[in-house]
Design a protein around this ligand. Structure first.
Ligand code: HXC
Length: 258
């Protein structure tokens, strides 16, 4: 690929996007994020891909937004140009994204992981929101997604105190992370789960993702109504006929994404 700050590869139906700015601990400079968005969009559009894994290095998933790049920014420019607004684009990706986090996931790095759909952590992963130490606050979900994942009290400690970082096991016990594995097995484990997801019917996977994310946005009654409508809609797919037909015939389904 022609990317400067990331690496991309495919493993079967899984795309792997690796943040690759090791000297800066994968600090999320503007160009890096533009590349992540571009890669995500391409894989989202690629019929042969069913799920995406996003990872960093063993030392750092990402140590945050690039402090050196933004330190001289002023308010009017950040506002007019909607500084970091493009970070939200990752939420438009319809295919599931698994964040495989080794090492530091700090500030924007923690927020990027939380923008993904599943988080797996290596044993030495560290999650934190140290922005307050820089005279700012989190800007991409640290005050919103984190509280939903770890609860109000811990989120307040992390965001207001700039410490109280989560270890991998703490993150798991609080629900931010769903699996902790040895660092060197992390990517394989994430790819394994992604492959499993990628073997299902894409329409049902994408609807499931959309609806779970919707549960954070809309009242329960509206979410339940959306769920039922999508559930009903899936009876219009060939894959529903295949899935239920295979069960009745005691064989494995072969989904064709139709
Ligand atoms: C720019 C960074 C960086 C960052 C590390 N580096 N984090 N550069 N932005 N966020 C650079 C260092 O300057 C250094 O460059 C190199 O990476 C290695 O880092 P060290 O500090 O030497 O490594 P170490 O001593 O191991 O400490 C690791 C660390 C520390 C604890 C992760 O680097 C650190 O505290 N980083 C900042 C974490 C942070 O505050 N993140 C929040 C950023 S604000 P040189 O050139 O000296 O080798 C943010 C806002 C989000 O994320 C808003 C989102 C919308």
């Amino acid at each position: 690929s022609t990317y400067q700050h990331i690496l991309t590869e495919t493993r079967g139906k899984v795309a792997l996007v690796t943040l690759n700015r090791p000297k800066a601990l994968n600090a999320l400079c503007n160009d890096l994020f533009v590349e992540v968005n571009d890669a995500m969009k391409n894989f989202d559009d690629d019929e042969n891909i069913g799920a995406i894994v996003l990872t960093g290095s063993e030392k750092a998933f990402a140590a945050g937004a690039d402090i050196k790049e933004m330190k001289d920014n002023n308010f009017v420019d950040t506002y007019k140009k909607d500084f970091l607004g493009h970070w939200a684009k990752i939420s438009d990706v319809k295919k599931p994204i698994i964040a495989a986090v080794n090492g530091y996931a700090l500030g924007g790095g923690c927020e990027l992981a939380m923008s993904c759909d599943i988080i797996y952590a290596g044993e030495k992963a560290v999650f934190g929101q140290p922005e307050i130490n820089l005279g700012i606050i989190p800007g991409a979900g640290g005050t919103q997604r984190l509280v939903r994942a770890v609860g109000k009290s811990r989120a307040m400690e992390m965001v207001l105190g700039g410490g109280a970082n989560l270890t991998a096991t703490e993150a798991q016990s609080l629900g931010l992370v769903s699996k902790v594995v040895p660092a060197d097995q992390l990517i394989d484990e994430a790819v394994k789960t992604a492959s499993k997801i990628a073997s299902k019917s894409q329409a049902s996977v994408q609807m499931g993702k959309e609806l779970i994310n919707k549960s954070f946005e809309v009242p329960l009654s509206a979410g339940l109504r959306w769920e039922r409508a999508y559930f009903q809609a899936l009876f219009g797919t060939a894959d529903q006929k295949e899935g239920m037909g295979a069960f009745a015939e005691k064989r494995k389904p072969n989904f064709t994404n139709n």
